[in-house]
Every structure is written in structure tokens, then in C-alpha cells.
Design a binder for this molecule. Sequence first.
Ligand SMILES: Nc1ncnc2c1ncn2[C@@H]1O[C@H](COP(=O)(O)OP(=O)(O)OP(=O)(O)O)[C@@H](O)[C@H]1O
Length: 230
Amino acid sequence: MLVMKNINKTFQTGNIQTHALNNFNLTVNEGDFVSVTGPSGSGKTTFLNIAGLLETYTNGEFTLDGKDVGQLNDNGRSRMRNEKIGFVFQGFNLIPDLNLFDNVDVPLRYRGFDAKERRRRIEENLERVGLASRMKHLPSQLSGGQQQRVAIARALATEPRFLLADEPTGNLDSQMAQGVMTLLEEINQQGTTIIMVTHDLELAMRAIRTIQVRDGRVSELDVVAEKASA
Ligand SMILES: Nc1ncnc2c1ncn2[C@@H]1O[C@H](COP(=O)(O)OP(=O)(O)OP(=O)(O)O)[C@@H](O)[C@H]1O
């Protein structure tokens, strides 16, 4: 469970202060699929980076699975991030010289799993995203949608509780975007909590909850959840 209470984030650039988050409040429960929409510059990526422990916040309360994130130092944050969080980005961020197997292996090597366990996780997760038969291919030999699937397999290989996705379909045409969204829904149904930033309202509305960020705060909550239970 992720709880943010009155989170503020101010960036200082020279003399200019930017209040990226202003008393941002959000609770994300285990098993949620939350989509985050809102205008450009409203604070969506800042929120996601704080939620994913990539960035610190200026003040407020943030607890992740009951742990007070504000009490953690850099090492503590990294450990928690490695343990609990997987990321998917708009640009896939695959390593071009490595085949799919080796791309998914990167975070597993980093985490120190033995070769047998790594192989099990790589095969299982490439299977999950429908690319088990392409393990020896390079990213450049795949479509954009397939590359994003590999990035999702890589994120899932460490078995994170939370999958955070920043515009995961932003580089994909509509059909591929729908396919990636369907995959994310399956992953969510299998138990991973997902938070996804997107400009695509149609995709956003497919999530269990849709929130809108405006001027660094949550302005509207649970449109879809209300609709679904109506
Ligand atoms: N490292 C930084 N230094 C200074 N200002 C920043 C930094 N990162 C973000 N900002 C500012 O914080 C505000 C929120 O940015 P953020 O990237 O979170 O918005 P966003 O909603 O994700 O936008 P977009 O939809 O365009 O990606 C913006 O005004 C942005 O310029």
C-alpha cells in the first residue's frame, strides 16, 4: 500500500522555484491499477518518480507498505526500490547490443541471483509477455510494441509489488498501445499493483481507477471505479 499525505516537491533552479507537487494526496491499495492523467507540466512524472523512490520530496508524509520513506537514506531508498518497484518508460530503455534474454537478465544479475534462478525468471517472464520464442533476437529486430513487452518482462523479473509506468504507450501506434494495455491488465489481475501515467484518455479509462493531476495536486478521483460499481 502506498500512502501520500500532503506531499510537496519544490525544484529550485537558480532563483526560480517550481512547485511541482502541492499538497498531493493519494492512497494506492494492493492490487490497484491507477492511471494518472493531467495536463503537461502538472506534476505526473514528479509524482511517479517520488512514488518509485527515484526522487525525494520536499515535505509531507509518504509510507510504502507501512514504511516511512522520509526516514530512509539514499541506500535505504535504493534497497526498497530494488525490492518493491519495477519501472517501464516511454522509450523502452532496452540495451541495443543485448538480445532479449540478456536484457531481461540485467536487473537479475544486479540483484545477484544464481544462473538457474535467472534463467527461470527470464523464461517465465518472456513467456508471460508472449516473446519466449524470440529470446535470441535483438531489440532492433522487434516492433515497438514488442520492445515495450520486453521492457515489461524485465521490470517483472525481479517480482516487484508495484509496477510504475510513465507513458508506456507514448511511442506506440494505437493497436500496439491497446495490446500493451491488455498485457498490463493481465499483469494487474495476476497481483501486481500498477500506476500508469498516460496522456491517452481512452487507455486511462481502462484502469480500475483514474486520477487527474492539476497544478501538482489530485483534482478528481476514482471516476472509473465509481462507474464500474454503478
Ligand atoms: N528537475 C527539475 N528541475 C526543475 N523543474 C522541474 C524538474 N522536473 C520537473 N520540473 C518542473 O515541475 C513541473 C512538473 O513537471 P512534471 O515533469 O512532473 O510534469 P508532467 O505532468 O509529467 O508533464 P508532461 O505531461 O509534460 O510529462 C513542471 O513545471 C516542470 O518544469
